[in-house]
Design a binder for this molecule. Structure first.
Ligand SMILES: Cc1cc2nc3c(=O)[nH]c(=O)nc-3n(C[C@H](O)[C@H](O)[C@H](O)COP(=O)(O)OP(=O)(O)OC[C@H]3O[C@@H](n4cnc5c(N)ncnc54)[C@H](O)[C@@H]3O)c2cc1C
Ligand SMILES: Cc1cc2nc3c(=O)[nH]c(=O)nc-3n(C[C@H](O)[C@H](O)[C@H](O)COP(=O)(O)O)c2cc1C
Ligand code: SF4
Length: 631
């Protein structure tokens, strides 16, 4: 299992009494894929098995409530609160361990972070009103859950005392106002966590792994200093943990925990390094670890012992195996967009992924029957939807031709990756172009599909993925405006140090504003609706609005434009003078002429992505995948 390319990453490691086959840990991430009654579903098993098959050395199942349902953060959580859950967990453990990975359950209680919809009507608990009997009961719940995990054949448990849940609420002095032995000093505020660790260790013996996720000051508002984080680490080691897994504590800004594209890769490893120097158990840390080279180096330098990969393994479960085989360039990178994974958890749905259409669908995919015969498939359009349809159809054994009108693939990805912090979208485009090549899809560039072309190819099936085009609203004087697409797609059209008015404050309008603000322009966004950036996930939205404050981007909502002159936009609320006027008022599906042609010629076809309904990368991706899978 060694790797020449990344020898440190693929060196065996030790956690407690156990050997881990490499230094790659799947970070705990609530997948919200259970059966709804706390039991483990087939979807959950297939999802984790895929990551084990992909080569992760240890898998931590995130946020397993010790008190079901009062401690639930999400509805489809899987719990260990009772012996009735053991069988499902055993199935999960066996399927993961069969691929050589260890399986750990992260035991937690959401505390006041429990979502009322998930607690079956029970009121979430509050750190400050718990009696000492309540605390004793909760401690026992943790210990019992660990024992059930051991009975189910897991390799260990992790006590979750970070990211704002119950134990983290105890630690945070801004939340914990208790005056007894569980409040006040750091020792008191960590008392429950330490009692839980100690109690679990006593109950499960020395060989079962017991770890903890700990809050680390830099990313939170726990008011913890680095020194205090180190103190917590030392206290937990004394209580009996075999490893420490670092993350943020209690924070009002989610993108600090779940870093968006604006955070530096590996940028949060300084405190774990200090903790590692202070304790004698292995330290695991996350931190936008996307690049095997960086992980390898950080392990070699002694910054951490194990690299925890979260979203990177949602996006590409085979990240470890590809790295091991020195095929890092084949890894499908996570966009750090949070659009499918965390955004879904926040609305209490099972996770999905913008770039990996199989997330949560691994179980069903494995049941799909193989096609009865090889078909010739013509995909029209090389954006996300078309490229995904082509790759999936090719994987199913069909002959696939992808016809793209322009001289490059990617469609809107070529524009979407231009605004600040969207760099991963361009990497994704590059990955797809290489993937088409690896899979052997025949790409025809500068190709406008017409009757002659169809006659020549004679496809059995057509996938229409012609995307969308920007829409120009019928406003008097709109000819003075330039499309945001044209600015993003052409550096020569990018204004600098000008007064810019942007009509339309959706995702494209807001991100174009961010882009142009960085070029010294004075920006005003005019939006017809009462809110801005509709459709953008809540995490990036929070970030972009903070940027607007810093960059002085002015925004007006519920605006009614009456007229545009060559100098100003006239609205019911006043006039907005401009040097450059930009329009970003949405898109309309393209390709109706192709639908007419395909109907006339009586071809069997499916429409995917923006061509069917304007949406996002995740929609284009999943619809392309479904089209490919059903041929
Ligand atoms: C500036 C911008 C920022 C965005 N940011 C995000 C974001 O952050 N997150 C997100 O999820 N989504 C974002 N989106 C939306 C997302 O990029 C699109 O929804 C998605 O890429 C659509 O993919 P598609 O394959 O359906 O269509 P497209 O990307 O439009 O691709 C269609 C392709 O078909 C080709 N084509 C058209 N007609 C023909 C023809 N007749 N013959 C052959 N080829 C043809 C086109 O040249 C193009 O390559 C953004 C879009 C823009 C413009
Ligand atoms: C969908 C999702 C769910 C998460 N759930 C948990 C969780 O249950 N417990 C936890 O400690 N962290 C959770 N996290 C945080 C991750 O463990 C990790 O710290 C974070 O995603 C940053 O690492 P990454 O950049 O490698 O993704 C979650 C993250 C995501 C994206
Ligand atoms: S949804 Fe976005 S952030 Fe989440 S794993 Fe997929 S690509 Fe990464």
């Amino acid at each position: 299992m060694k790797s020449k390319a990344y020898p440190n990453l693929f060196k065996e490691g030790r956690i407690g009494s156990r050997v881990v086959k490499n230094r790659i840990v799947m970070a705990p991430m609530s997948e919200n894929m259970g059966n709804g009654d706390g039991t483990v579903s087939e979807q959950t098993i297939a999802y984790y098995e895929e990551r084990a098959k992909g080569g992760a050395g240890m898998i931590i199942v995130g946020s397993v409530p010790v008190e079901f349902p009062r401690g639930n953060g999400v509805s489809n959580t899987i719990t260990l609160d009772g012996e009735r859950y053991i069988l499902g967990w055993n199935r999960l453990a066996r399927r993961v361990q069969a691929h050589g990975a260890l399986l750990i359950a992260q035991l937690y209680h959401a505390g006041n972070g429990a979502w009322a919809g998930a607690t079956h009507g029970l009121t979430p608990i509050d750190v400050n009103t718990l009696t000492t009997d309540d605390i004793e009961m909760l401690k026992n719940k943790w210990i019992e859950s660990a024992v059930y995990a051991q009975m189910a054949g897991l390799d260990g448990v992790e006590v979750h005392s970070a990211t704002g849940y119950l134990l983290s609420q105890f630690i945070n002095p801004a939340v914990n106002q208790r005056t007894d032995e569980y409040g006040g000093s750091l020792e008191n505020r960590t008392r429950l966590a330490r009692e839980v660790i100690k109690g679990i260790r006593e109950a499960v013996g020395p060989k079962f792994i017991v770890g903890s996720r700990i809050p680390v000051h830099k990313w939170d508002s726990d008011n913890l200093t680095d020194e205090e984080s180190i103190q917590i680490a030392k206290m937990y080691v004394e209580a009996g943990v075999d490893y420490l897994n670092t993350n943020a504590g209690y924070t009002p800004k989610p993108s600090v925990i779940y870093e968006t594209g604006r955070y530096e890769e590996g940028g949060r490893l300084d405190i774990p390094a200090k903790i590692k120097a202070a304790v004698d158990v292995p330290v695991i840390s996350v931190g936008m670890l996307k690049d095997p080279e960086m992980c390898d180096k950080k392990i070699e330098e002694g910054v951490l012992d194990f690299a925890a990969l979260g979203r990177a393994l949602i996006a590409d479960p085979f990240w470890p195996e590809k790295a091991r085989q020195d095929r890092a360039c084949d890894i499908r990178n996570c966009l750090s967009c949070l659009d499918g994974c965390l955004e879904n958890v926040f609305v209490d749905l099972p996770i999905r992924c913008a770039v990996n259409p199989e997330v949560g669908f691994e179980f069903e995919r494995n049941q799909y029957p193989a096609p009865k015969k090889e078909k010739t498939v013509l995909v029209i359009g090389g954006g996300v939807a078309g490229m995904q349809a082509a790759v999936t159809a090719k994987e199913r054994g069909h002959k696939v031709i992808l016809a793209e009108k322009s001289d490059k693939l990617g469609g809107q990805l070529n524009l979407a990756g231009i605004p600040p912090y969207k760099q991963y979208i361009l990497k994704y485009r590059d990955w797809f172009v290489a993937e088409l090549d690896r899979k052997g899809v025949d790409v025809v560039y500068n190709c406008t599909v017409d009757k002659a072309f169809l006659d020549q190819i004679q496809p059995d099936e057509v996938v229409l993925a012609s995307g969308s085009r920007p829409w120009t609203p019928p406003i008097d004087g709109i000819e003075n405006a330039v499309q945001a697409w044209d600015i993003l797609g052409n550096v020569e059209m990018v204004p600098e140090n000008k007064k810019v008015v942007i009509i339309g404050g959706g995702i494209v309008g807001c991100e174009t504003a961010s882009y142009l603000a960085q070029k010294g322009n004075d920006i005003t966004i005019l939006e017809m609706l009462p809110t801005l950036a509709n459709g953008l996930d809540r995490f990036n939205k929070q970030d972009i609005f903070e940027d607007f404050e810093k960059e002085g981007v002015k925004t007006e909502t519920s605006v009614k434009i009456s007229k545009i002159t060559d100098q100003a936009v006239e609205t019911e609320g006043g006039d907005y003078g401009y040097d450059v006027l930009v329009v970003a008022t949405g898109q309309r599906s393209a390709g109706s002429e192709l639908i007419d042609l395909l109907d006339e010629e009586d071809y069997s076809y499916r429409i995917v992505g923006d061509a069917q309904k304007t949406g996002k990368i995740i929609t284009a991706n999943v619809s392309g995948y479904m089209a490919g899978l059903n041929i």
